[in-house]
Design a protein around this ligand. Structure first.
Ligand code: NAD
Ligand code: WQD
Length: 334
C-alpha cells in the first residue's frame, strides 16, 4: 500500500516526500517536471536513504495516470501538482484552468474507479480573497482575484460536491499561507526559474548578489510599519502538516478545509531584517508602488489545525531565513 504524491518533486511536495519516507511510508511520485527537476530524487535519497518510485507523467494524460493505479495499490493521495504563478495565470488563464482543474478531475475519476478515496489537496489562503479581515478562519466567505486562485476555489467546490455525492470520500483541503524556508540539509528548497515573484526567493537572490535590489511593494498600508504583513510558515512544518492531514483523512469522511499557517504575521521589513541577521548579508531595497491585487494583512487562525490535526507550526522566522540562506548559498557555490 502506498501514498501517491502528485507534484512530489516540487517545492512543498519534495519536503513532504522526505517526511513520509522518514516515517516509513511507501511513496509513489507523479510529476511532469514542468516546474521541478529530476535531481530532486537524488536529494531526497541523500536525506532519507530511500528513493521514492517516480513516474514522469502529466495529470492531463489520463491513461498513463491510470497505469500508476494499476501498478500500485494506492491507499491515499496528496495532490500538489498544479501551476501556481498568480501573474502568469492572468496572462494564460486557459492553461491554468486546464492544468489545475482537468488534472484534478482526471485524478479524482481514477481514484473513484480504483476505490481510493483518501485525498489531501493543496489549496491556498488566496481563497480568502480581499474582503475578509485577518486572522482568516475556515468558515469565512471565499472569493478570488485571479485565475490561479479561482482554480483553487473551483477545486475546493468540486471536492466538496464529490463528498456530497459519495460519503466514502475522505478529503482534506489544506489552505497554505506563505511557505518559505528549506530543508535544514540545504539540499532541498525553492529555486524558481527566472525572476522570482515571491518575497523570499527575491530576497535570497539579492543576498547572494544575483539580483541588485528588492522592490518593496508599498510602505503605506495600515500595518505596523506600512509594509504588507503575511503568515510565513516553514516548509518543513508545512510538510509535517500533511502527515497529520493524511492520518486525519484516513479516519474521517468529509471534505474539511483546514488552514496551515503559524497564526503570526510579519511585515516585509521585518522579514528583510530577519534575513539579514540570519545570513549576515545586506539586502538592498527600495520602496516601490503597491502591487495590484495585494492585501495589507494576511494571517491564519491556526486553531482548527491544532484541534483536528493536533498539528502546530514549530519553526521561527529566524529558522526560516537561516534555512533559506543555507540552501541558496549551497546552490550558488555548487
Ligand atoms: P511547485 O511548482 O514547486 O510544485 C508543483 C509541482 O507540480 C511541480 O513539480 C510541477 O512540475 C508539477 N506539476 C504541475 N502541473 C502538473 C501536471 N499537470 N502533471 C504533473 N505534474 C504537474 O509548487 P509548490 O510551491 O510546491 O506548490 C505545490 C502546491 O501547493 C500547488 O498546488 C500550489 O498551488 C499550492 N500552494 C503553493 C503555495 C506556495 O506559496 N508555494 C501556497 C499555497 C498553495
Ligand atoms: C509577500 C509580501 C508583497 C515580492 C502569494 C500568492 C498566494 C500564495 C502565496 C499560492 C507581500 C511583498 C513581494 C517582492 C514585495 N501562493 N513583496 N516585494 O502575495 O502573499 O502570496 O504566494 O497559493 O496565492 O498570491 O506572497 O511572497 O508574493 O508577497 O514587497 O518582490 O511581500 O507585496 O506583501 P503573497 P509574496
Amino acid at each position: 500500500m502506498g501514498i501517491l504524491v502528485t507534484g512530489g518533486t516540487g517545492y512543498i511536495g519534495s519536503h513532504t516526500v522526505v517526511e513520509l519516507l522518514e516515517i516509513g511510508e511507501e511513496v509513489i511520485i507523479v510529476d511532469n517536471l514542468c516546474n521541478s527537476s529530476i535531481d530532486v530524487l537524488d536529494k531526497i535519497e541523500m536525506i532519507t536513504g530511500k528513493r521514492p518510485v517516480f513516474y514522469e507523467i502529466d495529470l492531463l494524460d489520463k491513461e498513463k495516470l491510470e497505469f500508476v493505479f494499476k501498478e500500485h495499490q494506492i491507499e491515499s493521495v496528496i495532490h500538489f501538482a498544479g501551476l501556481k504563478a498568480v501573474g502568469e495565470s492572468v496572462k494564460i488563464p486557459l492553461t491554468y484552468y486546464e492544468n489545475n482543474i482537468t488534472g484534478t478531475l482526471n485524478l479524482c475519476k481514477i481514484m473513484e474507479k480504483y476505490e481510493c478515496r483518501n485525498l489531501v489537496f493543496s489549496s491556498s489562503a488566496t481563497v480568502y480573497g480581499m474582503n475578509n479581515t485577518a486572522p482568516f478562519r475556515e468558515d469565512m466567505p471565499l472569493s478570488t482575484t485571479n485565475p490561479y486562485g479561482t482554480t483553487k476555489l473551483m477545486i475546493e467546490n468540486i471536492l466538496r460536491d464529490l463528498y456530497v455525492a459519495n460519503h466514502d470520500w475522505h478529503i482534506v483541503l489544506l489552505r497554505y499561507f506563505n511557505p518559505i524556508g528549506a530543508h535544514e540539509s540545504g539540499l532541498l528548497g525553492e529555486n524558481p526559474k527566472g525572476i522570482p515573484n515571491n518575497l523570499l526567493p527575491y530576497v535570497m537572490q539579492v543576498a547572494i548578489g544575483k539580483l541588485e535590489c528588492l522592490s518593496i511593494y508599498g510602505d503605506d498600508y495600515d500595518t505596523k510599519d506600512g509594509t504588507g504583513v503575511r503568515d510565513y510558515i516553514h516548509v518543513v512544518d508545512l510538510a509535517k502538516g500533511h502527515i497529520s492531514a493524511v492520518e486525519y483523512a484516513r479516519k474521517h469522511e468529509g471534505a474539511e478545509a483546514i488552514n496551515l499557517g503559524t497564526g503570526n504575521g510579519y511585515s516585509v521589513l521585518e522579514v528583510v531584517k530577519a534575513f539579514e541577521e540570519a545570513s549576515h548579508k545586506h539586502v538592498n531595497y527600495r520602496i516601490a508602488p503597491r502591487r495590484d491585487g495585494d492585501i495589507a494583512i494576511c494571517y491564519a487562525d491556526a486553531s482548527k489545525a491544532k484541534k483536528l490535526l493536533n498539528w502546530e507550526a514549530q519553526k521561527t522566522i529566524d529558522e526560516m531565513c537561516m534555512d533559506s540562506y543555507r540552501f541558496i548559498e549551497k546552490l550558488a557555490n555548487a
